[in-house]
Design a protein around this ligand. Sequence first.
Ligand SMILES: [Zn+2]
Length: 428
Amino acid sequence: MTLILPASPVSETTTNRRRIRLTSHPRSTGATQPSPLVWGAPTAAGRGPVVATLTTPERRNAIGVHSGSYGIYRALAVAAQTLDPDHRPDLTNTAPAATIGPFEGWRDASKIVSFDPWGHLVSEVFADKLAEGWDIRPTIAITKAHVQMPELRDAVLAGRLRADGEVLLANGDVRVTKAAIEPVWWLPGVAARFGLEEGELRRTLFEQTGGMYPELVTRPDLEVFLPPIGGMTLYFFGDVSKLGRPETRIACRVHDECNGSDVFGSDICTCRPYLAHGMEICVREAQAGGVGVVIYNRKEGRALGEVTKFLVYNARKRQPGGDSAAQYFNRTECVAGVQDMRFQQLMPDVFHWLGIARIDRFASMSNLKSGALRDMGIDIVEQVAIPDDLIPPDARVEMDAKKAAGYFTDAVPDGAELAMAKGRGLAD
Ligand SMILES: [Zn+2]
């Protein structure tokens, strides 16, 4: 017997909000069915909207809530009575500031499994349902901005970049289009990407989040999960309308968040120098008529988090013999149990979303990133290493360790080189 359970809300109306309703239990009156979702369907209407809001609970077809980890702040705002739980966004004038897609990959359920390819077009493609009162929320937003980075101004002063009044302005500003993307996991596709049984993935997600999402195990009919994790931001350089055309040259940096370096300029790693170098390459490609894309993933500290990262820094610097490349990954593994949890398998999704099948210049030395892209059928023509003079001295430990572990390089360091302490001590 198949028991069809409704997508029940946590709470329903203002009058009975005090009653807690478990999401895995059927509603007491009038069983309803969630809105159907056909992942990878050729049209938005055929695919159907992802409905994860709590204001139209009977239509929910996803596990979790919008905004990733910020859903907790939303709950706090409701608890503190500063946010009306029934508030619906007014989407007037919020439409994308540039057009992206639709592309072929949007219609292939195996190509994009970690976010909703139609997420920025909600107001347009589901206008009829919104007009009927459905609460459907965008999971992608696209806007435009100017970015000002001292490294890019230095590149102009050094003669590596020139202002053209289009991509790079005379005052050093760089014109960009940018997109913010929230994670929307289609669980059958995520499981397949990792070679897992979907049931095993769902059970592990349920157990390892302390049972936060019971529907993962009680509602196999709900295939979409909005995980409470960070999303990604894309920065585009040049004319985004050229995306999806095979003749368009693409320069790209895939960057995983490192707040210490990216924002504060901490010098133990090469993250910000590599980010700035990637942006420089993107500007140059855009000026030559191509498109540059920086993909910024919120996966702090190899997705281990910043507390783990700082613990590892201390362990590295206090170990006998000092901070050396030979012990770099071991120290991470001692604290975290693994070397890395970024799992690049989901990263190529964004290229399918952008209609990119070939990257002409890839500003990364990571074999994990390039391997994941090639596994998903995306060609990399040239892998661009970070210039040596952009590597801070304290970051030599990291760079040598990564080269020894398979990073793209023409000079793999030997054992003696790796054993040499190169990082600063904690007191220096
Ligand atoms: Zn870093």
